[in-house]
Write a protein that binds this ligand. Structure first.
Ligand SMILES: C[S@@+](CC[C@H](N)C(=O)[O-])C[C@H]1O[C@@H](n2cnc3c(N)ncnc32)[C@H](O)[C@@H]1O
Length: 232
């Protein structure tokens, strides 16, 4: 069951196209110059907001091209692909790839998550276009010359990473979003990407489909990146 999300004031509700509902379980509000989502229920974690200056993002930027995600999308000293992040969420992976020089466009189906991300991107001064809607529709509508080289997919899966920040994020996201339907996204991505589709999975999870099998896999400690080449 997903819970209600409302904006704390009418102007914000209108601007973000979310209901004005200060008594909802989750409230979107501006505090200390940033947009945040606050869980008003007893025992809730601290508010959720996007901060691209955080330690974890710095660590990833420093690790650079050696990161499994960077190798999976095919970054080379002389090549940075164009990427459509079709499940951008709060944008950690997208921002890392953008910081490594890739032209990244993101798609997010939840207007609430998209609003939090847009606010974080603005504060970071990042040039990372964000579309709000269903990626399957977005990918189906792209003309051949608009297709990205890489489509990146990171659907939600339970209990995956242990760091406190990520745990809080997942608690919020699982409460306000329904399950992700990976199969249609994967099929749309295979028809859209001109070079490869990258799927992030828990390290021990089965492949998205029995066939085709990934052409390559890059594993980290808790997650792995399955690469499906689509070069045509
Ligand atoms: C696990 S999160 C992605 C986390 C992200 N990779 C990061 O680094 O922060 C998955 C996100 O994909 C979004 N999503 C799932 N299916 C989608 C679809 N068909 N179109 C657009 N967004 C979708 C969900 O709303 C959720 O915000």
């Amino acid at each position: 069951m997903t819970l209600r999300v409302g904006a704390a004031d009418k102007a914000l509700a209108e601007r973000l196209a979310v209901p004005f509902d200060p008594d909802a379980e989750f409230v979107l509000e501006y505090r200390q110059g940033r947009l945040q989502l606050r869980d008003l229920r007893d025992g809730a974690p601290s508010p959720l907001f996007v901060d691209f200056a955080s330690h974890e993002i710095d660590r990833r930027r420093t690790a650079g091209r050696q990161l499994p995600v960077a190798r999976a999308v095919g970054i080379k000293p002389d090549f940075t692909p164009s990427i459509l992040d079709a499940t951008i969420g709060l944008g950690r992976d997208a921002y890392t790839l953008h910081a490594l020089g890739c032209a990244v466009t993101g798609v997010e189906r939840s207007p609430v998550i998209a609003a939090l991300l847009e606010d974080g991107l603005q504060r970071a001064g990042a040039d990372l276009p964000l579309l709000v809607g269903d990626s399957c529709d977005v990918m189906a509508r792209l003309k051949p010359d608009e297709r990205p080289q890489v489509v990146y997919l990171d659907p939600m899966f339970p209990e995956r990473r242990k760091s406190a920040g990520v745990k809080k994020e997942m608690q919020y996201m699982q409460a306000i979003l329904g399950d992700d339907d990976l199969l249609p996204l994967f099929e749309a991505a295979l028809s859209c990407a001109t070079r490869r589709v990258v799927v992030k999975r828990p390290v021990n999870a089965p492949y998205v489909v029995e066939s085709p099998k990934p052409n390559h896999t890059f594993a980290g400690k808790t997650v792995r990146f399955d690469v499906y080449l689509t070069t045509r």
